[in-house]
Design a protein around this ligand. Structure first.
Ligand SMILES: Cc1ncc(COP(=O)(O)O)c(C=O)c1O
Length: 480
């Protein structure tokens, strides 16, 4: 490196050497994900974290010395979220070309908050958003935003609905979502100024879907109390059981009542790419706004969410801002990210989406999503045949929930046995599962959404689930 202490520049040869060192480590890691344990590390990490605390480094360290513990100790001390056995929560994935796109974006470091500073690069991001719009069959008036994830996309959606329908009278506004909605909805609403006393949670039916009748009754009650209902948030795939709310019925209610219909498609939205799943998601295209999470349904690395707003002008008006020191805003047809979202300076998210989509083409994403759905169907069907297992929520997309039981077992015993089953299966290291409390029931969940999860791994997971279930159910005495 340069002997000049004030220089942070690297020569071309130094850059190449460093990049090759990093690439070697990364490829070695990614290519062996399937051989690494599928679950969480044995240690909870507290000891390691205590050891890692240190003051700011005054002098530099060789790259190799930094990469060694990163890849040998720190990365292994984490859930294997991109691995083929990860069926917990909502799986990650992390397509390699997306990482290359992110690398290029960071390395060339062009400014994409403002259109004028990198017009072609911003156009690629606008193209990506318009592809999403076309896939969801939303009208050309739609505009959108790439965000860091679903939570911030939801935040901008709620701000837009609030601005459009409430103006300055925030405290009168009431929003609605089901008891099964993701907790990021309530959080985004709170951040957007819709406080807890103006958030209504609507009962779900036996299939964990929002009850339209309950929604209508709640709207009536609030109007009678002099409040202003303005927003309903539906789920296109809940995180706990994968339930899809009756999107078309809710769209109808919102149209009749003059409310904004927002759909949380963070988990399920991209399944609309698959023609066979469009009936399950009927009504999605009618939404006023939709959140998608490319870092879930498009298998990208964490850090990319998306928002689409049918009335693109409403999104712009809710976020637009100008300053005398900035270049003039682009003429009408050009898209300027800082006018459609809360950020000014921002990472160039578009390339990490554009590159894999262009490289593979949409057809391969459609095929991969269809395959994940088929694998979930297969797993649910096989698991349903295992004595002791009850499928509580069959897959609507690629996620289902189950419980372990035995005739005569109490609800507490079933909950404890289901937890034990998950722990025992995860300890085998081939698949990672997670569970969730839904009402009074603890449910095991299987979510197939990593592009690396193929049939062989699902078969292995089923074998582990079958064997561990037999052990638990077959032992004498109480179930747990
Ligand atoms: C259904 C659903 N909605 C919203 C979110 C929040 O998205 P993010 O984690 O990208 O902020 C998640 C995340 O897991 C989710 O599963």
């Amino acid at each position: 490196m340069d002997a000049d202490p004030a220089s942070l520049e690297l020569t071309a040869a130094e850059m190449r050497t460093m990049a090759e060192a990093v690439l070697g480590r990364v490829i070695g890691h990614v290519a062996t994900l399937g051989e690494q344990p599928a679950g969480s590390p044995a240690q909870d990490g507290s000891e390691l974290c205590r050891r890692l605390r240190e003051g700011p480094p005054e002098a530099g360290t060789e790259l190799g010395e930094l990469l060694a513990p990163l890849f040998e100790e720190w990365i292994p001390c984490s859930f294997n979220t991109p691995g083929p056995g990860y069926l917990a929560f909502i799986p990650g994935g992390g397509l390699f070309p997306a990482a290359l796109g992110d690398f290029v974006a960071a390395a060339v470091n062009r400014y994409t908050g403002v259109w004028r500073l990198a017009p072609a690069l911003v156009q690629l991001e606008a193209n990506v958003l318009d592809w999403f719009r076309q896939w969801l069959q939303m009208p050309p008036t739609t505009r959108g935003l790439l965000t860091s994830g679903g939570s911030l996309a939801t935040f901008s959606a709620i701000v837009t609905a609030r601005e459009r329908l409430l103006g300055s009278r925030l405290r009168d506004g009431v929003m609605y979502c089901s008891t099964q909605a993701h907790h990021s909805i309530a959080k985004a609403a709170r951040l957007a100024g819709i406080l807890a006393d103006r958030q209504r949670t609507i009962e779900a039916d036996g299939r964990f879907r929002l009850c339209p009748g309950e929604l209508e009754a709640a709207i009536r009650r609030d109007r009678a109390a002099g409040l202003r209902p303005f927003l309903v948030v539906s789920s296109a795939g809940t995180v706990t059981t994968g339930a899809i709310d009756p999107l078309d019925v809710v769209a109808e209610i919102c149209a009749r009542e003059g409310l904004w219909h927002h759909v949380d498609g963070a988990y399920g939205g991209f399944f609309f790419l698959c023609p066979e799943l469009r009936p399950a998601l009927r009504g999605l295209s009618r939404a006023d706004s939709v959140v998608l999470d490319p870092h879930k349904g498009l298998f990208l690395p964490y850090g990319t969410g998306a928002l689409l707003v049918r009335d693109g002008e409403a999104l712009r008006q809710a976020h637009a801002a100008s300053a005398g020191y900035l270049p003039a805003l682009p003429e009408g047809e050009m898209y300027d990210p800082s006018q459609y979202g809360p950020e000014l300076s921002r990472p160039y998210r578009g390339l990490g989406v554009w590159l894999p989509l262009k490289l593979f083409g949409a057809a391969r994403f459609r095929a991969a999503l269809s395959e994940k759905r088929e694998l979930a169907l297969l797993a649910a069907e096989r698991l349903a045949a295992v004595p002791g297992i009850e499928i509580v929520a069959p897959p609507e997309l690629s996620l289902f929930a189950f419980q372990l039981g035995r005739p005569g077992a109490s609800p507490q015993e079933r909950n404890a046995a289901t937890r034990e089953l998950i722990d025992r299966v995860v300890a085998r290291g081939r698949i990672m599962l997670s569970g969730a409390m839904v009402g009074q029931k603890f449910l095991g969940r299987v979510c197939v959404l990593s592009f690396r999860t193929r049939r062989d791994r699902v078969e292995q997971g089923l074998e582990d689930l079958r064997e561990e279930t037999a052990e638990i159910v077959g032992r004498p005495g109480p179930l747990s």
